[in-house]
Design a protein around this ligand. Structure first.
Ligand SMILES: [Zn+2]
Length: 540
């Protein structure tokens, strides 16, 4: 098996990709090596930066170093003993309009220089291209992919089937389905560099999700040209296993200093904000004063350290099951990233399929985006079909206490005691549920299912109150209760009208117990006892 998956969170996976030159761990950042200008030598990347795999351009090698690379083999030529991926030259096609190499030649070159992971010639498109231009590129890419099946002669190389389609999602889906049917070991998603340069992360989410949902799930997926570390976690969360980046060196050229949350111009950097080996030895001022070549090399090294560190943080988050929290953190780096996370939240039902059902950690409420995390979506699905025994006709909705599980809280255990004192026939009629800031409504029977007792929430705010109300209303619509007894705290008054309306539409008898902050617990319990006795007795 080429790809072995070990851990998952959202659509992300920690795994191993096996090549003829060894395995490497995913998610992985493959630094782009420019064969003509090796600002950080590949060997240094392996030894000092612990990069397990790199990517270089087959087209540039063919153009400049063909005979040497053929004779020595790519690994000796670049002095890198581990897995090497080669890009076909498609990017040059986008930048310069055309490359003087056929798709068959691209395959031959990659076989001859002995690459480990080869990409067939695909036709990328600009974000400004028309539908028919992109459509032609997609058709040509699919044709090249089909032809490659018989053109390639080596089985020890992993072959990558690229997906194109740009911002036209129907073309992306079509291309993914067609290329996915063919015999490839990996897939790659292209035409995203411009989206990332323009910070159009929301469009990136739609494009990657369109491709991912139409590609074979077990094959690793590469993202061409994922530039800035601040969006790595977003890409990985969508199931991107490998990505290449030239940003470490491109940014260095213009004195741009990468951080996991943005970019700083070296001239503006007055403090040592990083502890990488470069920054430990050189202050920003010292780097700035170095001659151009030296400064560029130092900055490239810092940029690569920061990028690789971000990959490690992402891996740790997958392992801990906290990748969504990391997305929420990174989304605060830039408004367009926040927009992208919100868009990803719209795919929550897809993410839910791949997210583990239990995790070693509690879930944190970090903001409105938390309400879109797959664990919440999973609970809401469960709530839709939560079975209601025939004899149950009264829904008792309690306020959310601080203690979890709720039934062990002082407030709820008193109430449960009252119910247990009712005649057995009456007890059976009552369904207990608790309002929840994150999960909307939690029936007592589900309280100990992960993460319904393993989450940390804040006091309700207007957004969570609206969410809770929506969930309760939906629950009332999908179930059949004759009576609802609900505890209501003052901040909930504003959204309560919706629940009242839902009850009146279904002819549900609604009883409200107002719980003020200063409320007398004993008095409240007496009210509740009275209501419960009345509610369950009036049938008889
Ligand atoms: Zn640094």
């Amino acid at each position: 098996m080429v790809f072995e998956i070990k851990y998952r969170d959202l659509m992300a996976r920690i795994g191993q990709i096996k090549t003829k030159s060894g395995s490497f761990q995913t998610p992985a950042l493959l630094p782009v090596i420019d064969p003509k200008n090796q600002i950080i030598p590949p060997n240094t990347m392996k030894k000092e930066f612990k990069c397990e795999a790199i990517i270089t351009n087959a087209f540039l090698i063919k153009k400049n170093f063909y005979e040497q690379a053929k004779k020595e083999g790519l690994h000796n030529f670049l002095n890198f003993p581990g897995p090497i991926m080669t890009d076909s030259g498609a990017y040059q096609l986008l930048v310069y309009g055309e490359v003087d190499i056929s798709s068959e030649e691209v395959i031959k070159v990659q076989e001859e220089i002995n690459t480990d992971i080869a990409i067939i010639l695909d036709i990328p498109s600009s974000v400004d291209a028309t539908y028919s231009e992109v459509e032609n590129g997609v058709k040509q890419t699919i044709k090249n992919a089909e032809d490659s099946q018989t053109q390639r002669t080596r089985d020890d190389i992993l072959w990558v089937g690229p997906v194109q389609g740009g911002v036209y999602l129907d073309l992306v889906k079509y291309c993914a389905r067609e290329v996915g049917k063919l015999d490839f070991d990996l897939h790659a998603i292209g035409s995203v560099t411009q989206l990332m340069e323009r910070y159009q992360f929301e469009k990136l989410v739609d494009l990657v999700m369109a491709a991912k949902q139409n590609l074979p799930l077990q094959r690793p997926v590469h993202l061409f040209g994922a530039g800035h570390p601040m969006m790595f976690s977003l890409a990985v969360a969508m199931g991107i296993d490998t990505f290449d980046s030239a940003a470490y060196s491109l940014y260095a050229r213009n004195n741009r200093y990468l951080t996991p949350t943005g970019t700083v111009r070296l001239e503006e950097l007055k403090y040592d904000i990083c502890v990488c080996p470069v920054c430990r030895e050189n202050s920003p001022q010292e780097v700035l004063e170095k001659p151009q070549k030296e400064r560029e090399a130092l900055l490239a090294r810092h940029n690569l350290y920061v990028s690789l560190m971000e990959v490690q943080i992402i891996r740790q988050s997958i392992l801990e099951g906290t990748l969504w929290e990391l997305l929420e953190l990174r989304a605060r780096s830039h408004p367009y990233l926040l927009e992208a996370l919100r868009r990803l939240g719209e795919y929550s039902d897809v993410l839910e399929i791949f997210t583990p059902t239990t995790k070693p950690h509690a879930i944190f409420y970090c903001g409105p985006e938390t309400l879109k995390r797959p664990e919440v979506t999973r609970h809401l699905k469960k709530l839709e079909t939560f079975p209601q025994p025939e004899e149950t006709d009264t829904l008792l909705i309690l306020l959310e206490p601080k203690t979890k599980p709720f039934h062990k809280s002082k407030e709820h255990s008193e109430i449960i005691k009252i119910i247990k004192n009712l005649p057995e026939d009456y007890q059976k009629k009552i369904q207990i549920a608790t309002k929840s800031t994150i999960f909307g409504l939690i029936p007592l029977e589900l309280e100990e299912v992960y993460p319904l007792s393993q989450h940390i929430n804040l006091k309700p705010d207007p957004i969570t109150l609206q969410h809770t109300t929506k969930v309760i209303t939906r629950y009332l619509k999908t179930h059949n209760y004759r009576k609802v007894i609900i505890q209501l705290a003052p901040p909930e008054e504003d959204t309560f009208e919706l629940i009242r309306k839902a009850c009146s539409e279904k002819n549900i008898d609604l009883h409200v117990i107002r719980v003020e902050e200063e409320s007398n617990l004993k008095k409240n319990l007496e009210d509740l006892q009275k209501l419960l006795t009345e509610a369950t007795q009036c049938e008889k």
